[in-house]
Write a protein that binds this ligand. Structure first.
Ligand SMILES: Nc1ncnc2c1ncn2[C@@H]1O[C@H](COP(=O)(O)OP(=O)(O)O)[C@@H](O)[C@H]1O
Ligand SMILES: [Mg+2]
Length: 324
């Protein structure tokens, strides 16, 4: 399969962002397909143990899930964005999610289904004073998703996937994109023989996840193996540390994220992908687009919750300017 070009001005693929007049719901530039839920942010002084309770200083609900996090930040920056994947229930959390999504005029949610008697997916994000987070995912085995369809790709120039839900649905989404020469971005594939990898153009992996879930691997070696296996660009984010870029053309680059004091790192990787996607859709080369990702990810870490505060594009630009 010939993969589409992205971020290469003059080579076709993704064109520059449209003018304001072109921005309307039917013309989404990006499809974020995957996880959507209602998160419960819980600020704790420590994680609880049998012996020691944790104290909660603040809690609130906000939209979460990888696809929703990426999509809400992008739509808030003025990029017409389509969000689909997880379905919602007709319960109170489902109402809250729908109301919050409806506040974004550039977010197309027409393919998010709602089912009577179904429990809207939820997740508790337990955040400690160092900004790190642990999750409690509610009823993951009940999750229902709307299958990707050709209509979802209308106007779309980039597909943003996450690893939530059944693989066949993500494979279908990536195949539909490939049939239309639409590049595909995904995060968190750690197996070089993963069926999705040949359909991917940009893969973002997390050094923390390699350390915690694949301790036998070294993140850089794994990234190089994933890049060769998938013939895709691989980006390794590493919390506050340097980001490594392994481009399929053979170059390697490092990007240092802006130094910030993290309050809540929930969704850092998702909003990193928002910045990266925004950069690629402007036609920036990969290394420059990764800087957008780093600025967006670091910016988001300074707010409690992932979508309660959606910082404007001007704040991303300000942070970008502090980067070397
Ligand atoms: N502790 C942190 N301090 C500063 N920036 C952070 C921190 N954690 C994450 N970020 C920002 O978010 C990006 C993605 O974070 P990372 O933790 O690597 O992803 P994930 O959420 O997938 O584990 C980083 O490249 C960085 O820009
Ligand atoms: Mg992290």
């Amino acid at each position: 399969m010939k993969k589409a070009d992205y971020g290469a001005p003059g080579k076709g693929g993704i064109s520059r962002l449209p003018g304001r007049a072109d921005k309307h719901m039917g013309q989404a530039q990006i499809l974020c397909y995957g996880e959507i839920d209602l998160d419960i942010y819980v600020a704790l002084n420590r994680l609880p143990t049998m012996a020691l309770s944790a104290w909660c200083s603040e809690d609130f609900e906000n939209i979460g899930g990888a696809a929703a996090n990426s999509a809400m930040w992008l739509a808030n920056w003025g990029l017409p964005t389509r969000l689909a994947g997880h379905d919602l229930g007709d319960d109170r959390p489902g109402d809250v999610v729908r109301e919050l999504l409806a506040e974004q005029p550039l977010l197309d949610t027409r393919y998010i289904a709602r089912h009577a008697g179904y429990r809207t997916p939820r997740c508790q994000c337990l955040v400690t004073p160092d900004g790190e987070r642990s999750f409690i995912t509610h009823w993951p085995e009940e999750v229902r998703m709307t299958a990707p369809s050709p209509q979802m790709f209308e106007g779309v120039k980039l597909l943003n996937l996450d690893m939530s839900g059944p693989t066949p649905l993500r494979l279908r989404a990536a195949e539909l994109a490939a049939e239309r020469d639409i590049p595909v971005m995904i995060n968190d594939i750690y197996e070089p023989d993963h069926a999705l990898l040949p359909l991917i153009d940009v893969l973002v992996i997390s050094a923390d996840i390699v350390r915690n879930k694949h301790p036998a691997s070294n993140a850089s070696d794994l990234a190089a193996a994933l890049m060769s296996a998938g013939n895709c660009d691989v980006i390794v984010s590493n919390a506050a540390g340097d980001i490594e870029i392994f481009s399929r053309s053979g170059t390697r680059e490092l990007v240092r994220p802006p130094a910030v004091k993290p309050v809540d790192t929930t969704g850092a990787g998702d909003v990193f992908k928002s910045g990266l996607a925004y950069g690629l859709l402007q036609g920036l080369p990969l290394g420059e687009a990764v800087k957008w990702g780093a600025a967006a990810g670091s910016l988001m870490c300074q707010f409690a919750g992932t979508t309660k505060t959606l910082a404007p594009l001007s704040d991303v630009r300000d942070l970008l300017e502090t980067m070397t």
